[in-house]
Write a new protein. Structure first.
Length: 523
């Protein structure tokens, strides 16, 4: 790809701004970093949950036992193993056991994901073996040929298994919302994960003895930042119960979405030293509030570019709140619709390159071709990923995030394809057309027509098919959907209709703030 359309000055800045520092990664496998701590600081507390604790030694032993059991079940490097759990110490045991067996873990919160989604995940990821807790076993789809192993059942200690894993083998598979109503599985490699978690600033300066809060859903890629980022550096992972604040106030390091962070009062977090946010745009007042309290990182990056691929330490008196520059061994390019670099300061679409770029979507060649492409700037067989985020470089080399190029939105920190919700709604009996819009940072609102569509049945259909954060707070039946002069759906008019309609509902504020009973449990 030529840079000749840029001025000589912008050509130089294209590389200076867009290329993260080239630094060595101390280990290509984060679970090996954990094992070293288990050998040198074995009696330190590795994980704490609701009064129970486990040391590095015992966690390593229990994970070894899980790995040995998986190997006996025929699990081999390159396989995908389901981790269908609730927040708990066994969750961490299973995660590490899968990595030790050489497989990639496929996480789902079994208390929140509908059975139809679990079945889709198992099928798409070709998951033959699933780890779960006994109390949730009845919700796991286990058909002929699949094996369910209880993490909290008897599992005698066994010596470590010897498996040969490569840096480009899978570390985990995460499922993001898809345009067909079915989530897409993204395969993230060991190289991807080690590159962000074992280098600065992604390591967040975590030290032995630091308490790292584990607040997020295990099916969200930022949970890997919490769990593996902590254990790779000798910290204590503090898994929250129902009270997020209680966990946060005892932590030195907090990783969260802005939505989750906004519910925590920094005044009571007397220990906190470092805070990192990602997953959705961070409001400036929230960033300033926490930046006065702790080292605060504003970060950005979709699942496909491994947790985050840009970070910036924000100070309360900074002129702008930006997403910074590429993290080590990564690149960001701001390109036009023809994938040509735009001049510095102009708006374009951000493409990500380097060691952050994941292995791609499982079983979806068409989407892989659309979103991944050969990287003409790095060359050598490298690939880049189309983030569909808009951005521009400031004169001093900071990236401003300027929204999305499509209708993919963030709700409660999770990425939601609005079309995936609409697709389910349009399968409701009698529904001819549907539209879904983002109402606020926590809720969606949907519209269905004609006016006699059963709105509650439509909403229930979404709850049965998609994760909780995709369920609209309200479904509004309409005789027709308003259109623009060009014959497109008039979304602004729909929002105005919704505002008027919701203003007349006696429980609007309460229902919008708690669109499902799962909100507090699932943040």
């Amino acid at each position: 790809m030529s840079l000749l359309q840029l001025t000589p000055h912008d050509r130089a800045l294209f590389r200076e701004f867009g290329y993260g520092p080239a630094v060595p990664v101390p280990d290509p496998f984060v679970h090996h970093a954990f094992e070293r701590w288990a050998g040198t600081d074995a009696d330190a507390v590795a994980v704490e949950h609701e009064g129970a604790t486990i040391t590095y030694r015992e966690l390593n032993h229990r994970a070894n036992a899980v790995a040995a059991r998986l190997v006996r079940e025929g699990v081999r490097p390159g396989d995908h193993v389901g981790l269908f759990v609730r927040r708990s110490i066994p969750m961490v045991v299973g995660l590490l056991g899968i990595l030790k067996a050489g497989a990639a873990y496929v996480p789902q919160d079994v208390g929140l994901a509908p059975v139809s989604q679990l079945d889709h995940v198992v099928s798409t990821a070709a998951t033959r073996v699933i780890l779960a807790q006994e109390e949730h076993a009845d919700r796991i789809p286990v058909s002929s040929g699949r094996v369910l192993i209880a993490l909290d059942g008897p599992m005698p200690y066994e010596p470590p298994v010897a498996v040969r894993v490569r840096p480009d083998d899978g570390c985990y598979v995460l499922f993001t919302s898809g345009t067909t109503g079915k989530p897409n599985g993204v395969k993230v490699t060991h190289r991807n994960v080690a590159n962000i978690l074992l280098t600065a600033p992604g390591n967040l300066g975590i030290r032995p003895g630091d308490r790292v809060a584990q607040l997020l859903n295990v099916a969200f890629d930022m949970a890997a930042w919490e769990i593996l980022g902590c254990l790779a550096h000798g910290g204590t992972l503090v898994i929250r119960g129902k009270d997020i604040t209680e966990t946060a106030r005892s932590a030195d390091v907090i990783i969260a979405t802005p939505t989750v962070l906004s519910g925590i009062d920094p005044a009571i977090c007397t220990r906190v030293r470092t805070v990192a946010v990602a997953g959705e745009p961070c409001p400036r007042p929230l960033a300033d509030l926490w930046a006065r309290k702790a080292t605060f990182y504003n970060s950005c990056g979709p699942t496909e570019t491994t947790i985050v691929n840009t970070m910036r330490r924000h100070e309360a008196d900074d002129l702008l709140l930006t997403i910074g520059r590429p993290t080590p061994n990564n690149t960001v390019y701001v390109l036009d619709e023809h994938r040509r670099p735009v001049p510095i300061g102009e708006v374009g679409e951000m493409w990500a390159g380097g060691d952050c770029v994941s292995a791609g979507y499982l079983g979806n060649d068409e989407l892989n071709a659309e979103r991944y492409a050969p990287d003409p700037f790095l060359g050598g067989g490298s690939r880049m990923f189309r983030t569909r985020d808009l951005g521009r470089w400031t004169p001093d080399g900071e990236l401003e995030h300027l929204g999305r190029t499509d209708d993919q939105v963030k709700v409660r920190g999770f990425r939601v394809e609005l079309d995936s919700v609409t697709s389910v709604l349009e399968r409701t009996p009698g529904c001819v057309r549907a539209v879904t819009l983002k109402w606020d940072a926590r809720n969606l609102v949907s519209f269905v027509c004609p006016a006699d569509v059963d709105a509650e049945a439509a909403r229930s259909a979404v709850a049965e098919a998609l994760p909780y954060y995709c369920v609209p707070a309200h479904v509004m039946p309409l005789a027709t959907l308003p259109e623009t002069a060009r014959g497109k759906i008039d979304k602004a008019a729909l929002m105005q209709l919704a505002e008027r309609w919701l203003a007349d509902q006696p429980t609007t504020s309460a229902s919008l703030d708690g669109a499902t009973a799962l909100t507090a449990e699932a943040a």
